[in-house]
Design a protein around this ligand. Structure first.
Ligand code: PEP
Length: 251
């Protein structure tokens, strides 16, 4: 099992500059309670510098919501892993289901993003997860195993990457899998990861999809859950801080 839980807040394409500053200020006020937990925020890339300047502490880390699979070049509108590192990021989310769906990202592209992130000293949070249809058909586990095998490079150590299991149907819907289903999936993810990366026995596997203060304690108590990737609830300083405190109480 991992030592500390990671609570990661994905702000997506929300908040104007004033809103991002306000949320960051509210979080930094509570950060003395974040000591037992690793915390990271993923603001829209335009606000990374402002948010990074405000957090300026070891208690909250900064991450990008995506990066290009190449280090630099003619890719209008894209952001590189190197640029994210340059503005102070430690993490980057890759393969979020919204990127897979809206930008047609394939496992092959995601694997390249993982490699370029590691090359730039960023820790990639690789998102995987089944659709509602796949869950209903009974193919959730095989879908996720396939995504892992195709998108995770081999020869990685536990600290070099993070997995986020995010059932597509649970994102922003208020629905979650049963706790048994989450536990079963996390244990299967761990098994698959070990076949790809035998040295990654301590890899963190986050759960994501409608995590809230109301369900966080039960989720964090499940075996092989190493934290949460939080969308909607990370836009409220109160809810996000509460989720962090719940994670801290578990450690
Ligand atoms: C997400 O988009 O990564 C996510 C988990 O969103 P939400 O918490 O809103 O379901």
């Amino acid at each position: 099992m991992v030592d500390r839980l990671l609570i990661a807040g994905n702000w997506k394409m929300n908040l104007d500059k004033a809103g991002a500053i306000e949320l960051t200020n509210a979080l930094t006020k509570s950060q003395s309670t974040f000591k037992e937990v690793d915390v990271a925020v993923f603001p829209p890339s335009l606000w990374l510098t402002e948010v990074g300047d405000l957090i300026g502490s070891d208690n909250i880390k900064l991450g990008g919501q995506d990066c290009h699979e190449e280090l630099e070049g003619a890719h209008t509108g894209d952001i590189s892993a190197k640029m994210l590192k340059d503005v102070g990021c430690d993490y980057v989310i890759v393969g979020h289901s919204e990127r897979r769906t809206n930008h047609f990202e394939t496992n092959e592209t995601i694997k390249k993003k993982v490699l370029v992130s590691i090359q730039c000293n960023l820790c990639p949070i690789v998102c995987i997860g089944e659709t509602w249809d796949e869950r209903n058909k009974g193919t959730a586990i095989s879908t996720v195993s396939f995504q892992l095998k195709e998108s995770i490079p081999d020869e990685l150590d536990s600290h070099q990457f993070i997995i986020a299991y995010e059932p597509v149907w649970a994102i922003g819907s208020g629905k979650t899998p049963t706790f048994n289903d989450i536990e079963e999936m996390h244990s299967s993810i761990k098994e698959t990861i070990l076949t790809i990366n035998p040295k990654a026995d301590k890899v963190r596997i986050l759960y994501g999809g409608s995590v809230k203060p109301e369900n966080a304690a039960e989720i964090f108590n499940l075996e092989n859950v190493g934290g949460a990737l939080v969308g909607g609830a990370s836009l409220s300083a109160t809810d996000f801080s509460q989720i962090i405190s719940i994670a801290g109480a578990k450690n």
